[in-house]
Design a protein around this ligand. Sequence first.
Ligand code: THU
Length: 161
Amino acid sequence: MEEHLYQFKYKMLSLSELDKQDQALILSAIKSREQAYAPYSSFWVGAALLLSNGVVITGNNQENAAYPSGLCAERTALFYAKANYPKEKILKIAICGDNSSAPQGEITTPCGNCRQALLEYECTQGSPITVFCASTQGKVLEIDSIKNLLPFCFELLYKPS
Ligand code: THU
């Protein structure tokens, strides 16, 4: 029998400790959250992606009366980004979620489906995606790779060159 330890480093920061570009990305996610369509959960989430060409893409959760037909903020932004900028790498993603009626100031981390979707692009682009999970009050969790959000992840067998 072998026992292994899986560890990774993450940072807890306040918004003001980050550089201006990262702050702007996080503020874009917080702002995008305001346009979420979440009448069923009242949980509003915003996401902002920084692409390698400097473009920032935002998205928010879009719900539906047939619940599974909706989509999380992260994948709304991610799929728009890859649909319109297929050649650009995703450098960073900022996420902010909060309950619209009773903000708790808590951090929202991506759901399992979004982690898997993000992982696909991290693997195919061959470079890590930095994740910022922020509260509306500016508390920030920074993680340096999607792989750290999915230990023993399912990776592609087919890797485009
Ligand atoms: N949601 C996101 O947009 N991102 C996540 O990572 C977690 C959950 C959305 C889906 C649904 O519209 C609402 O939050 C409640 O689950």
